[in-house]
Design a protein around this ligand. Structure first.
Ligand code: OFO
Length: 174
């Protein structure tokens, strides 16, 4: 059985994963209406789906442990962006905030001596290493490219390859 403290903290993380899914959905939608950004569009649609999966995994865990997973209300995310660079800066910022939140949760689980939750959260720890690293790589590439249209074309064409290389954990679900 989950303690109230852990249940509340996990429910906060449910919200964060749902917000991540919404944020990346908004990025996908923005990219979709820009000319020639099919790769970036697919990348963020897929990223949004993954975040929903992360949320579901938490919901199922909370309920499985005798708690109650609360489906949260969500704020509208940022929906327009001044540049592609800005989108990816936001992506990295968001992933860093999620990593921090997961680390807090891991610390809390240890403090509360909830070793099952501590064990459950290790998947998220690994996932955040992958996602932060992917976000940094993509930001670095975009910095190299600058405003060069040819570079942006190649970035968009190859973006799914970066994802494949950096994120081997897509099949892990509940
Ligand atoms: Fe939920 O994986 Fe990153 O944010």
């Amino acid at each position: 059985m989950l303690s109230k403290t852990i249940q509340d903290a996990l429910n906060k993380q449910v919200k964060m994963e749902a917000e991540s899914s919404q944020a990346y959905l908004a990025m996908a939608s923005w990219a979709e209406i820009q000319p020639g950004l099919d790769g970036v569009t697919n990348f963020f649609y897929q990223q949004s789906d993954e975040e929903r999966m992360h949320m579901l995994k938490l919901i199922r865990y909370i309920n499985e442990r005798g708690g109650f997973a609360e489906v949260p209300a969500l704020e509208q995310p940022m929906i327009t962006f001044v540049s592609l660079q800005r989108v990816f800066e936001e992506f990295l910022k968001h992933e860093m905030a999620v990593s921090e939140s997961i680390n807090e949760l891991v610390g809390l689980a240890l403090h509360e001596r909830d070793f099952a939750t501590h064990n459950f959260l290790q998947w998220y720890v690994s996932e955040q290493i992958e996602e932060e690293s992917l976000a940094r790589t993509l930001n670095d590439k975009l910095e190299l490219v600058g405003d060069d249209k040819g570079g942006i074309y190649l970035f968009d064409r190859d973006i799914m390859l970066f994802r494949g290389a950096a994120s081997p954990s897509q099949s892990v679900g509940k």
